[in-house]
Design a protein around this ligand. Structure first.
Ligand code: CP
Ligand code: NVA
Length: 316
């Protein structure tokens, strides 16, 4: 584990595919050890900068608390009160901030902007969500599946993760990380809302035949026999104008008790949150005994603490 994590020192984490299978598993092991209270990496005096161009509760707070638990601190570089929001070039902002902080966590729209930050920054840049990916979320999602069905990331291989809804940023990272962990990932979505073909092809390459990655256009076919049933909002941040059109397109795709009954009887219900009850998920499904959504939200903290410890090079 230590060697895999040492290799992440100073690295960016822009995509789930930035880690290989062994490093993804090592990171999940570190996160689980931190969660159990057995591992306590420390990064005293280190500083994380947050640049968030979109709203956030979980990501913002879990990064801040993760850094505090490492003995470091966080600076909220809110674009509205920094020159970021007034259009200072990324090339300048990234180089200046690299002189002050030890890592940056960035939430923005275009993945290109994140890549630009990573190009110019001389400190690790972490994807805190873009329109293309949400890799920290996927780490927490698979830790939650691990907690439900085993004790080690190796136990994930052969399980089926069904995701019903929009083939969005969350679905993309779920596919890529699932491929690395040997999880069968089934994406169920209406025609026209499939995951990006390039991301799917990349995930197939990473899977190397170890697991099946499928896109289906019928909800029951997506969830049948799955050990986890996951959904996310139908209109992501930045797609507010499409809300009405998407409500129509996704009619019949609500993750409700009836759909859940088609999954493995042990199946857990996941949602990255925030959720819209009565749209992509029913109140019964999110509040039911199978729901692990609040464990999943908690796991954001543990996986990000592990990730920060690795990129800041404070793991033994
Ligand atoms: N799941 C997630 O990323 O939540 P926030 O948008 O609140 O950060
Ligand atoms: N797909 C959602 C995830 C929010 C955490 C969005 O991008 O808005």
């Amino acid at each position: 584990m230590a060697q895999d994590l040492k290799a992440l020192a100073g690295c960016d984490y822009l995509s789930s595919a930035d880690l290989d299978a062994a490093r993804t598993r090592s990171l999940l092991r570190l996160a689980a050890g931190i969660k159990r209270g057995e591992l306590r990496p420390q990064a005293p005096g280190r500083v994380l900068g947050l640049i968030f161009r979109k709203a956030s509760t979980r990501t913002r707070v879990s990064f801040t608390v993760a850094m505090a638990r490492l003995g470091g601190q966080t600076i909220d570089l809110n674009p509205q009160v920094t020159q970021v929001g007034r259009g200072e070039p990324v090339a300048d902002t990234a180089r200046v901030l690299s002189r002050y902080v030890d890592a940056l966590a960035i939430r923005t729209f275009g993945h290109d902007e994140l890549a630009d930050y990573a190009h110019w920054a001389t400190v690790p840049v972490i994807n805190a969500l873009t329109d293309l990916e949400h890799p920290c979320q996927a780490l927490a999602d698979y830790l939650t599946l691990q907690d439900a069905f085993g004790t080690d990331p190796d136990d994930l291989a052969g399980l089926t993760m069904a995701y019903v809804g929009d083939g969005n940023n969350v679905a993309h990272s779920l596919l890529l990380a699932g491929a690395l962990l040997g999880v069968h990932v089934r994406i169920g979505c209406p025609e026209g809302f499939a995951p990006d073909a390039t991301v799917l092809a990349r995930a197939q390459t990473l899977a190397a035949g170890r697991c099946r990655l499928e896109v289906v256009h019928e909800p029951v076919a997506a969830v049948r026999g799955a050990q986890a049933v996951y959904t996310d909002v139908w209109a992501s941040m930045g797609q507010e104008d499409e809300q009405q059109q998407r409500l129509q397109a996704f009619e019949g795709w609500c993750l409700n008790e009836e759909l859940l009954a088609e999954a493995d009887p042990r199946a857990i219900v996941l949602h990255c949150l925030p959720a819209h009850r009565g749209e992509e998920i029913s109140a019964g499904a999110i509040e039911g005994s199978a729901s692990r959504v609040f464990d999943q939200a908690e796991n954001r903290l543990h996986v990000q603490q592990a990730l920060l410890a690795a990129v800041l090079n404070v793991v033994d």
